[in-house]
Design a protein around this ligand. Structure first.
Ligand code: NHW
Length: 398
């Protein structure tokens, strides 16, 4: 509470100039929902890139190139998001980055880097990918913005606003005028504020590396027993998703996502890209009824390891993140328990989930614990009258 009211008082020299919901407008229900600014004729979009400080230059990254992808991987591995205590840093794999950045209809021009002119060293990055996002009854073409990163040595020099303006310009050039993004920091103005929950799969390692602590009146062996899971999944007909399942999974998912206020509008191409299993990137399982062969339930998670900073014994935390889950016959609790069993079989240390969609209904019972820190969801150039509850969100960004 204290932190939130402090952040409401902060000036945001950059964000105050942007078409986003402003803090001063919170509670003003007379403002209409929808686009804040109308689109411009494409001929009015600035044709040249924004100016960078003279030592730096823009590049468009070819993420298909092994060398370029490796440079991006290294920038992020050393400079991307850390937890508040600087114990862990996201370590997106090269395969993951390619998956995240090359969905159907992606624009190479939205994969933006900044290099030092003299040394050619990559020092900053920002990306967008196209997505159709439904907000209530409107399907809006948007950019999903992610991987904003400025090298640690170049922080607090107002480079981030230039990166954001440049990606905005390149999105506008494709005649797209809205965007969605998430961040751990409070900016003007979240459409929803969510919380991460963590389910220990390898409690001993998590405690050793300082990810979690031994509970009050708990021993290590009681803790290990508490988090123990069956060796194999329980639901009859539970199996990995295959390419032939794309039409059925698309129908299941579209129908499920239609109940949320904000959700992606996935077609079969999107489902094939985002949900067909990709080793060490995304895992998807479904329930095929043993009698009718109908696909009744679906669950998925993506793989995002973190580097463990400064631990003698371990260097990588293997984490799975709950992605899209649909239950129609199998109770969601049982489906997610099977997802945990799979993750445990595959040697994940922890399984994370946000309190979005129907996740609240299984978090406590499946022994997830609340994390510290929040994840705020934002829309650019689209006003929502009132902040949403996490359970009204049907969108997971990577
Ligand atoms: S959130 C992850 C962001 N990345 C990290 O946290 C990595 C570690 N940190 C850094 O690399 C997922 C730097 O600290 C960054 C800021 C680069 C974050 N979103 O250059 P200055 C995403 O990637 C504002 C938006 O001096 P810096 C989503 C800040 O409030 N704004 O700071 C990205 C201030 O503005 P203000 C952020 O520390 C969404 C200004 O930047 C932000 O050297 C992007 C300070 O700049 C954040 N996460 O660099 C928006 N963090 O007004 C997309 C700070 O308050 C919008 N700031 O003075 C849509 C665009 C497309 C529209 C299309 C129509």
């Amino acid at each position: 509470k204290v932190q939130e009211s402090l952040s409401l008082d902060k000036r945001h020299k950059f964000w105050e100039t942007q078409p986003v919901g402003q803090f001063k407008d919170i509670g003003n229900t007379s403002l209409p929902e929808g686009p804040i600014e109308p689109p411009l004729p494409l001929s009015d979009v600035k044709q040249e890139p924004y100016n960078l400080p003279t030592l730096y230059e823009w590049i468009t990254c070819d993420i298909s190139s092994e060398e370029m992808c490796n440079e991006v991987f290294n920038l992020l591995a050393n400079n991307y998001v850390e937890d508040d205590e600087n114990m862990f840093r996201f370590n997106y794999s090269m395969e993951f980055l390619r998956w995240a950045l090359q969905p159907p209809g992606y624009f190479r021009s939205w994969h933006i880097g900044v290099r030092v002119k003299s040394s050619k060293k990559l020092v900053a990055f920002i990306t967008g990918v196209p997505a159709r996002i439904r907000v209530r009854d409107d399907i809006v073409n948007m950019a999903e913005i992610n991987f904003l990163c400025v090298h640690k040595k170049l922080r607090s020099k107002r480079l981030a606003p230039v990166m954001i303006k440049e990606v905005t310009r390149r999105v506008h050039l494709e005649n797209i005028w809205q965007a969605a993004y998430t961040a751990g920091v409070v900016l003007p103005t979240p459409i929803a504020t969510c919380q991460y929950w963590h389910r220990s799969l390898n409690p001993k390692k998590l405690i050793d590396v300082g990810f979690s602590r031994l509970g009050a009146r708990m021993t290590m062996s009681r803790t290990i027993k508490l988090y123990k899971l069956p060796e194999s999944t329980i639901t009859p007909g539970f199996r990995k998703m295959e390419i032939r399942d794309v039409p059925a999974v698309t129908r299941l998912l579209r129908n499920y996502l239609s109940q949320f206020v904000v959700a992606p509008d996935f077609d079969e191409n999107d489902v094939e890209h985002w949900l067909l299993p990709k080793e060490n990137v995304v895992d998807s399982y479904l329930v095929e009824s043993p009698e009718t062969h109908e696909i009744t339930d679906f669950c998925s998670f993506y793989t995002l390891p973190s580097t463990i900073l400064g631990n003698q014994n371990y260097s990588i935390l293997k984490a799975g993140y709950s992605y899209y889950n649909v239950s129609t016959k199998t109770p969601l609790l049982q489906l997610m328990n099977d997802a945990l069993i799979i993750a445990k079989q595959k040697d994940y240390d922890v399984f994370n989930a946000l309190d979005v969609m129907h996740n609240e209904s299984f978090l406590k019972e499946l022994k997830f614990g609340p994390g510290d820190g929040k994840l705020h969801y934002y829309l650019y150039n689209y006003r929502i009258r009132q902040a949403l509850n996490p359970a009204e969100l049907g969108l997971v960004l990577l």
